[in-house]
Design a binder for this molecule. Structure first.
Ligand code: BMA
Length: 354
């Protein structure tokens, strides 16, 4: 009933926009909420790409707060008419941890001042050894963070909050070694879904994306392979990892993911996108043959780790199809890129290699 009501509301919104903006065909491809205050900038006239960078990049630069030297691969969400986020911050001792932040516009952030103080289910302190590359999602009535956690080696960490004050650590969903855990924003076929990238103990020279399911966010199983590294190009030839929370669309789940190529000067992290079947998300329908974004700008090619663009979050506005992608740049800065869902899906379909 609620779903029906939402769809009617969305339809009305879309119809209104269709009648007011004749030249802007809106198809309501994204199945989700509206976010009229999404950070946004129109595509520059001379840009030939389907995805374009924010002219104000980076939005977080070196030493953004007293207790963190670099804030980068981080995750944001809309909250009421503002924004909240879980941020990967490398502290001044070099160790990665997670901070919480708030923003009125998604561009200017108030982060910290201290790392998130995690507790167990009984409220006792349960600090992280380290934490990095968080993703953040609203599921049911709670907000869940997934990150790379230390469980006698890199593994997937999971925690939840309802009020952004108490952050409760939950059992690690998967065994080490694993990274790039990404939850789906709703149950599919009655199960919670988690993408991940199993690995070895180091900075893995290999890696594919897998999917696991759970009835309760505690017990995970029915693991399936989703996507392999590789393809005819080289940008995703070494390893790949799921990026932001998948976006539900009428064409399937839209998933941005990073791809890594090995060069004689180290790894290069770019990102592309895939469309996954809505009811069987382990089935890849389309997948970008070329990257959508690769390190080119000085803040992407130069920094603590050069040549890294690493997406961890996306915001969307369903009625207009606007998408803002938050990505870490050179393990130093936080940057934003924009795209429009219909143009992007059209591009992915036309330039797909599965
Ligand atoms: C990966 C992760 C990311 C990082 C990337 C490039 O293994 O550690 O946090 O952005 O390497 O250094």
């Amino acid at each position: 009933m609620i779903l029906f009501f939402r769809r009617v509301l969305r339809w009305n919104y879309a119809t209104f926009h269709l009648s007011t903006k004749k030249n802007n065909k809106m198809k309501n491809t994204i199945i989700g909420e509206s976010l009229p205050n999404i950070p946004w900038e129109d595509k520059p006239k001379d840009c030939l790409d389907v995805l374009w960078r924010y002219s104000g990049n980076p939005i977080l630069d070196w030493n953004p707060i007293p207790k963190a030297a670099r804030i980068f691969n981080s995750a944001v969400l809309p909250y009421k008419d503002k924004f909240v986020g879980v941020f990967r911050a490398d502290q001044r001792n070099g160790r990665a941890t997670l901070f919480f932040g708030k923003s009125k516009d998604g561009l200017q952030w108030k982060i910290g001042p201290d790392p998130i103080q995690w507790v167990d289910e009984n409220g006792k302190p349960n600090p992280l050894s380290y934490g990095y590359d968080p993703r953040f999602v609203k599921l049911d009535d709670s907000y869940y963070a997934v990150w790379c956690d230390d469980m006698h080696g890199a593994s997937i960490g999971l925690g939840r909050t309802r009020d952004f004050k108490t952050f409760i650590r939950m059992p690690n969903p998967l065994m080490p070694f694993n990274r790039n855990g990404v939850l789906f924003p709703r149950k599919v076929n009655g199960k919670y879904l988690l993408l991940s990238r199993p690995s070895d103990s180091g900075h893995t020279p290999f890696g594919d994306i897998f999917l696991s399911e759970s009835p309760d966010l505690i017990y995970w199983g029915n693991h399936r392979h989703v996507m392999s590294r590789g393809g005819s190009g080289w940008w995703q030839g070494t390893k790949i990892g799921a990026g932001p929370i998948p976006i539900e669309t009428t064409e399937g789940w839209l998933l941005f993911y990073h791809g890594v190529s090995g060069t004689c000067n180290g790894f290069v992290y770019s990102f592309g996108a895939a469309m996954l079947d809505i009811n069987k998300p382990w089935k890849v329908l389309h997948r970008t043959r070329d990257y959508l974004l690769t390190p080119e700008k000085p803040y992407e090619t130069t920094g603590f780790v050069p040549n890294v663009t690493f997406p961890c979050a996306n915001l969307y506005d369903a009625p207009t199809g606007r998408i803002a992608i938050y990505y870490g740049a050179a393990d130093t800065c936080t940057a934003i890129a924009f795209t429009q869902v219909d143009k992007l899906i059209n591009y992915i379909k036309k330039n797909s290699e599965v």
